[in-house]
Design a protein around this ligand. Structure first.
Ligand SMILES: [Zn+2]
Length: 109
């Protein structure tokens, strides 16, 4: 997993975890760019508290293979803004923009 070390992931958007004691999640997709996630099984600290205490859980880690790209970071930021919008009108506008940016990004892959 060394190639993902310098990448900044946004938990719940382009990275998430599930317990390795259960079956892996099928057909997981990145919420920012809609690409299929990569999956690895490993011991992972899943929260800030776990990371600080050095504890880990046997986990499936799902992560977007495009997270390191600058354009992807912008998509994640826009997704975060979209997620928090309360206004329906603003949400409709930003939904449009999010879909356009997503299409441009996917066409550039
Ligand atoms: Zn992605």
């Amino acid at each position: 997993m060394s190639e993902m070390e310098p990448v900044t992931y946004a938990k719940g958007i382009d990275i998430f975890y599930s317990d390795a004691s259960g079956p892996p999640v099928e057909d997981s997709r990145c919420l920012a760019c809609q690409s299929p996630m990569k999956t690895e099984q490993k011991e992972a600290s899943r929260s800030m508290a776990e990371a600080m205490s050095g504890s880990t859980t046997d986990s499936y880690v799902y992560f977007c293979p495009h997270s390191a790209k600058e354009e992807h970071r912008r998509l994640v930021e826009l997704y975060r803004e979209w997620e928090h919008l309360v206004s329906r009108r603003l949400k409709a506008i930003v939904t449009q923009e999010l879909m356009e940016m997503r299409n441009e990004f996917r066409n550039s892959l």
